[in-house]
Design a protein around this ligand. Structure first.
Ligand code: FAD
Length: 317
């Protein structure tokens, strides 16, 4: 079923989880170990992130540098199929522009459609570690809006090869990313919003936000979207902060602010257990307020920390 149909059908706030495919050598069981304990909260869908392969250059004994692949994770298609089969829930693969030509994207969409996967989250992806800006493939998409357009075209039976007449139409529900504290490359929030709007005009039908730790950012963002004429459901993305180093790594990696109160609580916490309590309790309070405000769904970034996410979900659902 489409993600947006779940929202239409449900009177209450739903919950959903996002998982990362395991690093190379990992097994499907790793995913099941993450998800099994969370299924009691009846998420109608689970998102599966996509990660480009990253490379480093290693100096060998010969003195030459050799290109070596690190951080290779399995692709999402098989993982989504396995999740749907095991749990009977919908799986939402993340599709990115980076590393894909339009043709490879089309092939991936054909596979997803074949497996009856009806939802995709369409994203641009980030620059690779050794590049200072995002570089699309020669025949790839530069922005997520172009990817959304390609999926929308397939939904109308239009494939890349224009000679294919009356191609069978897919029926993907397309989600996109939104940034309550703006995307880091954007000069300002209005500029960013205009491209979010473009993604909706090209056919996206819901937004999942970047994580935030102050709900005011989310509420302001929803108001700004509505004022810009964006009417689609907006799903808040949430992640608990449970490690001291995240005080620096989260702002650096996700370009978001952490509220003073949270920073002070984390600094005061003595030991990992106390820190876990602070981060978990903060996320519970955020979730409660968002649920009371009637958001369609609370979307939790699990990032492999099932016990914490489970504790949060137990307090909310
Ligand atoms: P876009 O919508 O293309 O926007 C990128 C930037 O370009 C923005 O600053 C935007 O304002 C600007 N822009 C857009 N269109 C135009 C235009 N036509 N002209 C000029 N400027 C324009 N990354 C992954 O690699 N894998 C994942 O699985 C993944 N999952 C994510 C899930 C969520 C919920 C979120 C919030 C992010 C996720 N990301 C993932 C990260 C995402 O790929 C990055 O944030 C990326 O930098 C931007 O992606 P986007 O889809 O928002 O890009």
């Amino acid at each position: 079923m489409k993600v947006t149909d779940y929202f239409k059908k449900s009177k209450d706030t739903l919950c959903s989880f996002e998982i990362l495919p395991p690093l190379k050598g990992g097994k499907m069981q790793d995913i099941f170990d993450t998800l099994d304990p969370l299924m009691e909260f009846k998420p109608p869908f689970v998102d599966v992130t996509y990660h480009r392969e990253e490379f480093v250059y290693m100096k060998r004994d010969s003195g030459y540098y050799e290109k070596s692949s690190i951080r290779k994770r399995p692709g999402t298609v098989g993982i989504c199929a396995a999740i749907m089969h095991r749990y009977g829930v919908d799986a939402v693969p993340h599709l990115i522009c980076g590393g894909f030509s339009k043709e490879e994207t089309e092939n991936a969409l054909i596979d997803l459609n074949f497996l009856n996967i009806q939802n995709v989250l369409a994203l641009r992806g980030d620059a690779r570690h050794f590049e200072d800006k995002f570089v699309p493939e020669p025949d790839g998409h530069k922005f997520a809006s172009e990817l959304v357009e390609q999926v929308s075209q397939m939904n109308q039976g239009k494939y890349l090869d224009a000679s294919i007449e009356n191609g069978s139409s897919t029926d993907f529900c397309i989600g996109i990313a939104g940034y309550p504290e703006k995307h880091f490359e954007s000069p300002n929030i209005d500029h960013d919003m205009s491209f979010t709007k473009l993604k909706i005009e090209k056919g996206a039908s819901y937004i999942v936000t970047q994580m935030f730790f102050d709900n005011k950012h989310f509420f302001k963002y929803v108001d700004a979207c509505r004022a810009a004429g964006i009417t689609v459901p907006i799903v808040p993305g949430l992640k608990p902060l449970t490690k001291r180093y995240q005080l620096n790594s989260i702002p650096r990696r996700f370009y978001i602010d952490l509220p003073d109160d949270l920073v002070h609580e984390v600094e005061k916490a003595k030991g990992q257990d106390a820190l876990n309590m602070v981060g978990t309790e903060w996320c519970i309070q955020q979730s409660k307020e968002l649920k009371a405000a009637g958001v369609p769904c609370l979307h939790y970034y699990t990032m492999g920390d099932t016990p914490t996410i489970k504790r949060i979900a137990e307090s909310i659902f």
